[in-house]
Write a protein that binds this ligand. Structure first.
Ligand SMILES: [Zn+2]
Length: 381
């Protein structure tokens, strides 16, 4: 701008020069005001949300890390669904946008350092899972809410305050990573025959996911057991329980089993296992229990376990973490590392599905007959 002015000066008279000088002065003042405005309005909203600043001229904001404002400014909030979230810590219902809720769930349910495509697959699964439950009456423990923040009932959720506490100085970086994954897939859901899926997910399958009917009440065509080839690590764990503690545990819950310190080694056996390696039933003396009940009783990460005996007692060798049905988060991250995008990940873990935009009153909405294939959901403890 300065060099342009110098060139022109040679061809103009003094009167015009004064006029142009005044104009330049005004321009400089305007420029200073603009820089000031952009500097202040471009700061991340540290109180959370950040939506109130979305009208700011985001094109002028340039920082090495995108701010919360950048993420929100490029998203059309008018298009989203409102959702009533029961915050079980504050004991209050908060109304927010579905996508904002999905950001909070993905932040709490998947490590933010996972591959971006894995985070995207989690975002679509979370959105689908949420809408599927909203269509069935919402949160089961809070009738006035669509969902709650208790992972034992609905899905885990991090507010901005919790994100800041958990992530510390990585808050903005991690938040933006998760928000990017959510915004990139905004409005997308998993459907089967045009209906929303019950998009179950778990931390780690241990190499093989499970058929839904082996864990929950019903066989759903899209919740089939599949290979999960890129899980590393498998979250393997050995749980050793001394004989006395073992007998106490078993007899407290199943007194009719007749298990004693003397017969435990002979009377505790895996009776049946599914093809995946997950235990279907365990023999405890005169009692037979399901693999699921064994997992709860002995505090195991999954039902994918084998048994050996040490000098002190029993050793459960477990693989994987969680119920094993649907999307494996660990497997999704492995697939992403091997070049798969979020669509390929979702199509792998949910059999025969499509990824489609959610239409509140359209094709993706389930009809009442979908109730017949509902899974009786038992959330992860
Ligand atoms: Zn709930």
């Amino acid at each position: 701008m300065y060099t342009m002015k110098r060139k022109k000066r040679n061809r103009i008279n003094t009167g015009r020069l004064i006029l142009m000088g005044a104009a330049l002065f005004v321009l400089l003042i305007l420029l200073f005001a603009m820089i000031r405005f952009v500097f202040w309005s471009g700061r991340p909203d540290e109180t959370g949300g950040g939506r109130q600043g979305a009208e700011a001229d985001e094109d002028e904001i340039r920082t090495p890390e995108p701010t919360l404002l950048d993420i929100y400014a490029h998203f059309d909030w008018q298009e989203t669904t409102e959702i009533r979230v029961y915050d079980h810590r504050a004991d209050e219902i908060v109304t927010m946008d579905l996508e904002e809720y999905v950001v909070g769930v993905v932040s709490a349910e998947m490590p933010a350092w996972y591959e971006l495509e894995a985070l995207k697959s989690q975002a679509v699964a979370t959105r689908t899972y949420t809408l599927y439950r909203m269509q069935r009456g919402g949160c089961q423990t809070n009738p006035d809410a669509d969902v709650c923040t208790n992972s034992k009932c609905c899905q885990a959720f991090s507010s901005h305050e919790r994100m800041q506490n958990t992530w510390g100085s990585d808050y903005v970086k991690n938040y933006n990573r998760v928000a990017t994954a959510v915004m990139a897939t905004a409005g997308e859901v998993v459907t089967y025959n045009g209906k929303l899926c019950d998009a179950l997910y778990h931390a780690c399958s241990g190499g093989q996911t499970e058929d839904s009917e082996h864990v929950y009440a019903n066989a759903l065509p899209y919740l089939r057991g599949v290979d999960s080839p890129y899980e590393d690590p498998m979250r393997e764990e050995d749980v050793e329980i001394g004989v006395d503690a073992l007998v106490e545990l078993i007899t407290a819950k199943y007194p009719e089993s007749g298990i004693t310190a003397e017969n435990a080694k002979d009377e505790i056996k895996i009776r049946k296992a599914y093809d995946s390696g997950r235990v279907e039933s365990l023999q405890l003396g005169k009692t037979q229990i399901t693999g699921k009940n064994a997992r709860n009783l002995f505090g195991l990460r999954s039902t994918m376990f084998t048994i050996t005996w040490s000098e002190d007692g029993i050793v459960f060798h477990t693989k994987g973490f969680g119920h094993g049905v649907g999307l494996s988060q660990n497997g999704a991250n492995g697939m992403a590392k091997h070049g798969s995008d979020y669509r390929e990940i979702l199509l792998h873990y949910y059999t025969g599905v499509e990824i489609a935009p959610y239409v509140a009153d359209g094709a993706a909405k389930t009809t009442p007959d979908a109730q017949n294939t509902d899974v009786s959901f038992v959330p992860e403890g």
